[in-house]
Ligand binder design. Sequence first.
Ligand code: PMP
Ligand code: GLN
Length: 396
Amino acid sequence: MRSLSTASAPSGGTTIFTEMTALAHRTGAVNLGQGFPDTDGPPAMLEAARAAIAAGANQYPPLDGVPELRTAIATQRSLRYGTPYDPDTEIMVTTGATEALTAALLALCEPDDEVIVLEPYYDSYAAGVALARARLRTVPMRPDSTGRFRFDPADLSAAITPRSRLVLVNSPHNPTGTVLSLQELAAIADCCHRADLIAVTDEVYEYLTYDGVTHIPLASLPGMRDRTLTISSAGKTFSATGWKVGWVCGPARLIKAVRQVKQYLTFASGTAFQHAVALALRTQQHWVADLARQLQTRRNQLRASLTAAGLSPFACQGTYFLQADIRPLGLTDGFRFCRSLPGQVGVAAIPSAAFYRDPEAGLPFIRFAFCKRPEVLDEAARRLTSLRSTPCQEVE
Ligand code: PMP
Ligand code: GLN
């Protein structure tokens, strides 16, 4: 059988998110592992989904997605970032960002082509690269003196070889919370121009940035629109991770290549949800802005709790996630720590090593999700204080 396991799937072939959510259920732990909100998205969007079902939007949508949603995505990209796309030829709705990412890799990579990613990276990237029989080249991100993870542009340049095909960029970045700056994006764009690379960007946390930091799409940099596939999703923006409505925007020739693969993955999905997301994109921007403000407060709440528990949190400019270093507790193995934490302390987290090709590189880091109600974060904080008195034993 084909194995797609990375460090994230060491046991039983499931992802680390599935493993930790199952462990949280078994132990009754507060689940700050898998990144999903515990409250619903905008009521108007939920009502629009119900209304669409009642109105009979229950059969296949068009392969590219319902026109109403493609038009709403085009308007959003144009108004927010100044990057216009033709809804008929340059936008495709997908089954979550995950399908868009995998279809893009399958469509654009030949066997042994190299895909450059910043490490740590979201687990589906390595699986998508493996499915395409391509190769992953990693560029390390490391924490600076402020706790912000960053890459060295020299490492990026050094990762380019004659087999480089595309660079896959995630910003805001899971799990580090880094939002790439204009300067960092310009370094990536420069490499794309020099080595004639395609860029694929994962922008699923595009709205979830904090402290006045703004998200800049790589496609908005000079000359990049025509070599970039931009991927996003309604899951995080509208707190509807289970709806799996995603999309990909880009020049018609790249979208055409992705379409050919996507039609044989799912063909299409979620007609009623697509209508509801179209409405949300058009009318619920105020709701999303409010969500980002609330998440900033919750990040601060979680950061204070982790510090109080004796952990050392890193910086977080965006996403749902805050990483922490467990070494101040005298521990070094995040995998073992995260497998012990639910049973011993009653909180679930994700070992960041699952986001590394070489797990050693991220071993002492763990990731907490703060997209939870304040009272849930309070309960987690209360439980985590026991780490100070009885440090968690790492179990196998
Ligand atoms: N990319 C990143 C960085 C993610 O954290 C996630 C998880 N939502 C995804 C992609 C997958 O998005 P979707 O649920 O829309 O498939
Ligand atoms: N994106 C979610 C996270 O990073 C996980 C989604 C999944 O379970 N595949 O936590």
